[in-house]
Ligand binder design. Structure first.
Ligand code: NAD
Length: 263
């Protein structure tokens, strides 16, 4: 990982890259010299990220404005990307998490939207991009999921359900992909991003509390005693996509400051 050109001949596509863990991951892969394509809905945020990616060390940087909820459009945009920039060797599946609330009250639409944005978009991207990885004899897929894969989180039933599906999808693919092409998951804990701030605000409103009190409550269960920085999560992703991690396949790596209790 100290070799800052370890990904210099690789093209990475990072989804949900306009903020939080996705943005930090794009910068981490740029620092390893990759060609980086950043995907999200907000063109202005992506364009603002391009100079930062080049400064960090990216061989080149490209913005791909797309909505993971619109898979027909996404498929076309990915075809255009492949025609323009060549095969993608590293795919980071990542998107905003579903809203919270009691599972029993969740609508069918809420479940379908979450499964579409996470599972179906990842599936589409894998179907489009894995052939290029296979041809290159080298590929990496990392899914940003959640510790709820192992320990469902209270009040996040739609998210828990979707994360479980993602983890099973990834483990199934890990058995199908050929040698040299790996898939793994990173499971963030409480990570200091816009997503976490909005969750804290929502919890505070429903509990008649403050966001600071909610955060303090969360951190009481984290042995590391602090929020995780998105850069720390990105460092785990960067390791999993590195050439050195070629034997790591089908794992879920939590980056949660020790919050998960199960082994
Ligand atoms: P975030 O909300 O800060 O960033 C999400 C990114 O995804 C943004 O760039 C956003 O624009 C993009 N995005 C959202 N919907 C999209 C769509 N339909 N199409 C394209 N792009 C879309 O989130 P984050 O905190 O960085 O979290 C990333 C993932 O990790 C999420 O799935 C989140 O639920 C999960 N996670 C986060 C935490 C945490 O504490 N932050 C904890 C556990 C799991």
């Amino acid at each position: 990982m100290s070799d800052r050109s370890s990904l210099s001949d690789k093209h990475a596509l990072v989804c949900g890259a306009s903020a939080g863990i996705g943005r930090a991951t794009a910068l981490a892969l740029a620092a390893q010299g990759a060609r980086v394509t950043v995907l999200a809905r907000r063109a202005d945020r992506l364009e603002a990220l391009i100079p930062a990616l080049l400064d960090a060390g990216a061989a080149s940087a490209r913005a791909l404005t797309a909505d993971l909820d619109d898979r027909a459009d996404l498929a076309q945009r990915i075809e255009s990307l492949l025609a323009l920039a060549g095969p993608v060797h590293i795919l980071i599946n990542n998107a905003g998490g579903p809203p919270g609330g009691p599972l029993l009250q969740a609508t069918e639409e809420a479940l379908l939207t979450a499964l579409g944005r996470h599972l179906l978009a990842s599936h589409l991207l894998a179907q489009k991009l894995v052939p290029g990885m296979v041809e290159a004899g080298w590929g990496r897929i990392v899914n940003i999921i959640s510790t709820s894969v192992y320990e469902p989180i209270a009040g996040l039933g739609v998210s828990n359900t979707t994360r479980g599906a993602m983890a099973s999808w990834a483990k199934s693919l890990a058995n199908e992909l050929p040698p040299g092409v790996t898939i793994n998951n990173v499971l963030p804990g409480f990570t200091d991003t816009e997503r976490l701030s909005s969750l804290a605000e929502a919890r505070a409103t429903s509990a008649g509390s403050t966001a600071d009190a909610i955060r303090a409550d969360w951190l009481a269960g984290v042995p590391e005693g602090r929020l995780i920085r998105a850069e720390e999560t990105a460092a785990a992703v960067a390791f999993l996509v590195s050439p050195a991690a070629g034997a790591i396949r089908g794992v879920s790596l939590q980056v949660d400051g020790g919050r998960m209790r199960s082994i």
